[in-house]
Design a protein around this ligand. Structure first.
Ligand code: FAD
Length: 317
């Protein structure tokens, strides 16, 4: 079922979360043990992130450069299929521009369609560490809006090879990312919103936000989106803080601010158990206020760890 159908059919705020594929070589059972404690809250859908492999070039004694893969989380498509099989819940694969040519994207979409996956979250993807800035594949997409256009074309039965006759149209519900505190490369929020509007005009049916810790940022973001004619559901993405180093790690990776009251409470914590407690309480308060505002869904970045999300969900769903 499509994410938008889940949202439209539920009279209440629905629960969903995001997981990461395990690192290469690790078992999927670890992931199942992170998912299972969250099943009692009846998630409407589960997002599965997509990760490009990271690599570095090292110089060999003969002077040649050798490309060495340093980290990999394969398995997004397989995990989506496994989740749908095992739990009967819709899985939403993330699909990125980075690392894919348009032909590879088309083939990936054909796989997802054949597996009965109804949704895709369409993203540009980040730069890999060794490149510093985002570099598309040769014959790949530069922006999420271009990838989205390709999915939208396939939804009309238009494949890359225009000579194909009697093609089967896909029927993906397309989600995109939005940034209440703006995307870090954008000169300002208004410019970023112009591109978000472009994604919606090209066929995005819902938006999932980057994590935020101050609901006022979300409320203002929604107000601005509505004022410029973006009418699709805007799903807030929430991340419970679980470790003290996240005070600096989250702002540096995700380009978001932590409110001072939260920082003060975290500063007082003597260990990560206390930090997790503060994170859970903050998450519950944030979620309650968002529910009162009438959000269609609360989407949690679980990072494939269930304890904090489970405690928040217990208080709300
Ligand atoms: P875009 O919408 O393409 O925007 C990228 C930047 O370019 C923005 O600054 C925008 O303002 C600008 N821009 C957009 N269109 C144009 C245009 N036509 N011309 C000029 N400038 C333009 N990353 C992963 O690698 N894997 C994941 O699974 C993943 N999941 C995510 C899930 C969510 C909910 C979110 C919020 C992010 C996720 N990311 C993921 C991170 C995401 O890939 C990065 O934030 C990336 O830097 C931007 O992706 P985007 O889809 O927002 O890009």
């Amino acid at each position: 079922m499509k994410v938008t159908e889940h949202l439209a059919q539920s009279p209440k705020t629905v629960f969903s979360f995001e997981i990461l594929p395990p690192l290469k070589g690790q078992s999927i059972n670890q992931l199942f043990s992170a998912i299972e404690p969250l099943m009692e809250f009846k998630p409407a859908f589960i997002d599965v992130t997509y990760h490009r492999e990271e690599y570095v070039y090292t110089q060999q004694p003969n002077g040649f450069l050798e490309r060495k893969t340093t980290r990999k989380r394969p398995g997004t498509v397989g995990i989506c299929a496994a989740i749908m099989n095992r739990y009967g819940i819709d899985a939403v694969p993330h699909l990125i521009c980075g690392g894919f040519s348009i032909e590879e994207t088309e083939n990936a979409l054909i796989d997802l369609d054949f597996l009965g996956i109804d949704n895709v979250l369409v993203l540009r993807g980040d730069a890999i560490k060794s490149e510093g800035k985002f570099v598309p594949e040769a014959n790949g997409h530069h922006f999420a809006s271009e990838l989205l256009e390709q999915v939208a074309q396939m939804n009309k039965g238009k494949y890359l090879d225009q000579e194909l006759q009697k093609t089967a149209p896909t029927s993906f519900c397309i989600g995109v990312a939005g940034y209440p505190e703006k995307h870090f490369e954008s000169p300002n929020l208004d410019k970023d919103l112009e591109y978000l509007k472009l994604k919606v005009d090209l066929g995005a049916e819902y938006i999932v936000t980057q994590m935020f810790f101050d609901n006022n940022k979300y409320f203002e973001f929604v107000r601005k989106c509505r004022a410029m004619g973006i009418q699709v559901p805007i799903i807030p993405g929430l991340k419970p803080i679980t470790a003290k180093n996240q005070l600096t790690v989250l702002p540096s990776i995700f380009h978001i601010d932590l409110p001072h009251d939260l920082v003060k409470a975290l500063d007082k914590c003597k260990n990560n158990e206390e930090v997790m407690q503060v994170g859970i309480e903050w998450g519950i308060q944030q979620s309650k206020e968002l529910m009162e505002f009438g959000v269609p869904c609360l989407h949690y970045y679980s990072m494939s760890r269930s304890v904090a999300v489970q405690n928040i969900a217990k208080a709300l769903f």
